[in-house]
Design a protein around this ligand. Structure first.
Ligand code: BGC
Ligand code: NOJ
Length: 807
């Protein structure tokens, strides 16, 4: 069952009912100012950092209710409704939400009044624009009242939601004309305030929550809305809000646009005040003036569309299957941009309170982003690297506002450092920009201790070599990619975090996954060394990678698949000898991708074992059998009921590792089959089971051991977006930037007979036609001439290269 459909021409998902299984959200903003917006207008906005600079309030544990957000109410002679259905929740004659690229429109109609609302953050602007187009669709003159409501957050969202004894005594506002200024804490150390204005005269306003709702009022029927008049309240302590009241008169057929602006303003320390106690509103006034007309909003929309046209133009694919095209041409890269911007901080499944930018996560997100905006990828790599410690280890997360490591989440995830190599290599092969390796980057943000980026990579690599265990495999530390495989935690205290609890003495547990990742990234690191003329070091690095491969085959092979780890007692994890957790996808995927045992057939065997033991109708589960009881020696993985999250769900992030493996083994058919099980556009028609948005990947889909097998959770912020992008575009379509040139090596399912790909890389454009009709040997022709092998040397910037491939 579906709750809407794709509008491919407009690159929108059209939701035709408020009653989706979950709030289905979108993101506004592209660079510094962001909003999360559900299809009924829920969500919030923030400047740069969801935790530290939150503008509007969110009500937690809010799925599916989705209370709060961008609230607009109409009181039409006592009939109270909201154009986005929420918050009034009155039935509508017509409802439609369209989530587009960095904007959303929501249209509601009732009783002959139509309200079409457009929400966007214009490029380069620290504000949300809400344009409301009101239309009288009847033959009669109509008069009604419109009320807005934004509930301000007192900046630090974590404090806002916990520290009431202080916060309920802090709130301050100023109101001038049609504009409400939220100025809490501006009197002291803050130099920023929020502004909420509208380009029309108002009949009244409120800025105090209790006055607006009334003592018995609620979100659906606030007292002020029900009474049809504002109270002119000025917040002082308690909860500051912004609410405008507009009296609207529309002639038959008349249309009227209102532009609301909800913005973030910063002032220099010495120009904070206009006069004593009166904030300097110059910047706010300029912002409001910029968006004082509907035409200005149209222009901002046009710019936004052009911005996305250019970005998506980096790669466009035409096949016979719309589900493929719309995902690759629009939604997958869009999700890659969102994960790049948010890491794992703010979604409807991540509160925006705790988790900032992940070292591991952001590094992997780059894999799907480097081709979109290489300059921003470059900056991100340097930011991430600056949170590395001198010994090569790293903070697990950092806050985007300060760019400093987040102590609360700690360090010691021994895979973290290697992902920096992966992200950097992806950037370098995409751009050819080796100069990034020379950039001077601090360790732990200490400017007195810095080194070129290449030295950071060296320490990442060395950190693994310096931390090996009894079998010569890398020590796992707190955990590896699987945050919940906590082999040194032995936590028995209820509520204690497995992620931060101290390691038990020694901590000798080893990870086959990190071994595989080491081999994979060491080979990339060696390529970077070669490219910078350090051939002898490259040789040494390759030798260490080869040695690690041997160790894996000797101590990390169970007979039919790769083991997962050794626990702190030296017992194998992920072995047929175990009662539960006999085979895991992660080590099989990463070791195969690293080419460990490719020539000896281990890889093929591992891939076959994964297929026969872990594949389901909804994707590949993490491991089998799922853990049915708590294993103190394994940690958080065994806390989830079987089939959820790290305990044997379909953790979609890992599935592309098997797609890549299958493609590397020449089995495009299987690679594609795996993708089509987890790809959101392929799951659209089971939206009632899948439940999260059909336009973005989810992190996890309940595995075969869970009662709701096939139900997705944690949509949007997941490495699934970047890794699927890599698997499909680089290994199945096979268009893969490498150091020497663009490799074209498609591994396609038979059903896809002909494909056209336009790929821009290093300033040149490659127009690639793939003919997948049954021929024996693959041939690649460049401008009509067959070439040796499948790597096309990079063409000069501006060149157009025609490539034909027959497979
Ligand atoms: C989740 C992991 C997540 C970790 C982060 C765990 O509870 O299962 O997926 O990475 O928390 O703190
Ligand atoms: C989500 C985390 O963000 C990611 O870093 C981790 O690899 C997976 N969970 C698996 O635990």
């Amino acid at each position: 069952m579906q709750y809407g459909h794709f509008d491919d021409a407009n690159r929108e998902y059209v939701i035709t009912t408020p009653h989706t299984p979950y709030p289905w959200i979108n993101y506004l903003g592209t660079e510094n100012f962001f909003g999360l917006i559900s299809h009924t207008g829920g969500g919030y906005s923030f400047y740069k950092d969801a935790r530290m600079r939150r503008l509007t309030r969110y009500r937690y544990n809010n799925v599916p209710t989705d209370a709060g957000g961008r609230c607009y109410y109409i009181n039409d002679g006592g009939d109270i409704w909201s154009p986005s259905w929420s918050p009034a929740q009155t039935d509508l004659d017509f409802f439609e939400a369209r989530h587009g690229l960095s904007y959303t429109t929501i249209t509601g109609e009732r009783g002959g009044i139509r309200a079409e609302m457009l929400f966007l953050v214009p490029l380069g602007t620290n504000a949300e624009i809400h344009r409301i187009r009101l239309t009288n669709t009847t033959e009669d003159q109509r008069s009604f009242d419109l009320f807005s409501l934004a509930e301000f957050n007192l900046w630090n969202a974590a404090d806002d939601t916990t520290n009431y004894q202080r916060n309920l005594n802090l709130g301050e506002v100023e109101v001038v004309g049609s504009t409400i200024y939220h100025t809490t804490e501006y009197r002291e150390r803050r130099n920023h305030y929020a502004v909420y204005g509208v380009n029309a005269d108002i009949a009244g306003f409120d800025s105090d929550r209790e006055s607006f709702f009334g003592l018995r009022g609620n979100w659906t029927r606030p007292e002020v809305v029900a009474n049809g008049t504002s109270k002119g309240s000025i917040a002082s302590g308690w909860a500051p809000i912004g609410s405008h009241h507009l009296s609207i008169n529309l002639a038959p057929g008349e249309e009227r646009d209102l532009v609301f602006v909800l913005g973030y303003i910063e002032n220099e320390e010495d120009s904070k005040w206009e006069s004593r106690g009166i904030v300097n509103k110059e910047n706010a006034t300029a912002l409001l003036a910029t968006y004082s007309t509907s035409e200005a909003v149209d222009r901002a929309m046009t710019e936004l569309r052009e911005y996305w046209d250019a970005l998506l133009g980096q790669m466009q694919v035409t096949t016979a299957d719309q589900r493929i095209d719309r995902l690759l041409n629009v939604w997958n890269p869009y999700q890659c941009m969102v994960t790049f911007n948010m890491s794992r901080s703010a979604s409807y499944f991540e509160t925006g309170l705790g988790r900032g930018m992940g070292f591991r996560d952001s590094s992997q997100d780059l894999l799907g982003f480097v081709h979109l905006i290489p300059e921003r990828a470059r900056e991100r790599i340097l930011d991430v690297a600056a949170t590395q410690f001198p010994d090569g280890s790293a903070y697990h997360q950092y806050q985007p506002l300060t760019k400093r490591g987040n102590n609360e989440v700690g360090t010691g995830f021994n895979d973290d450092p290697l992902w920096l190599i992966e992200g950097t290599a992806a950037y370098v092969v995409e751009t050819g920009d080796l100069s990034i390796l020379d950039e001077d980057v601090p360790f732990d943000n200490d400017i007195d201790d810095s080194a070129p980026l290449l030295e950071h990579l060296r320490r990442s690599y060395q950190h693994v070599l310096d931390h090996r265990g009894p079998h010569g495999l890398p020590l796992i530390g707190r955990a590896d990619w699987n945050d919940c495989l906590n082999l040194n935690a032995f936590s028995t205290t209820p509520g204690e975090s497995f992620q931060t609890t101290e390691h038990k003495e020694g901590g000798t547990a080893e990870s086959v996954f990190i071994a595989g990742l080491f081999v994979h990234s060491a080979n990339l690191y060696a390529q970077l060394l070669d490219a910078t003329g350090m051939a002898s070091e490259a040789h040494e690095v390759r030798a260490q990678a080869a040695k690690m491969s041997h160790v894996v085959l000797e101590h990390g092979w169970d007979g039919e698949w790769f083991l997962r780890a050794y626990d702190a007692y030296g017992n194998a994890v992920g072995s047929s000898k175990n009662e539960e957790g006999q085979i895991f996808i992660e080590s099989n995927g990463i070791c195969s991708m690293a080419g460990i045992g490719a020539e000896t057939g281990h890889t093929r065997q591992a891939a076959d074992s994964v297929k026969s033991l872990l594949d389901t109708d909804h994707g590949i589960v993490l491991h089998q059998p799922a853990f049915t009881r708590f294993h103190v020696e394994l940690g958080e993985i065994s806390t989830y009921p079987p089939g959820y999250k790290e305990n044997g769900s379909i953790f979609c992030h890992t599935n592309p590792w098997m797609m890549i493996t299958e493609a590397m083994l020449g089995n495009g058919e299987q690679a594609f089959a795996y993708w089509s099980k987890i790809a959101p556009t392929f799951r659209e028609d089971i939206s009632d089971l899948h439940r999260t948005e059909p336009y973005v990947y989810a992190q996890t889909i309940a595995g075969r051991d869970a009662p709701r097998h096939g139900e997705a959770k944690n949509s949007w912020l997941t490495g699934t977006a970047a890794w699927n992008w890599v698997a499909i575009t680089q290994y199945i379509l096979g268009v893969r930037p490498e150091i020497e040139g663009l490799r074209i090596d498609p591994q396609l399912p038979r059903a896809l007979e002909a494909i056209d790909v336009v790929r821009r890389c290093r300033g040149a454009q490659y127009r690639i036609h793939i003919d997948n009709s049954d021929t024996d040997a693959a041939t690649v022709r460049v401008d009509g001439e067959p070439i040796e092998g499948s790597v096309i040397p990079y063409a000069r910037a501006g060149a157009v290269v025609d490539v034909t491939v027959t497979t």
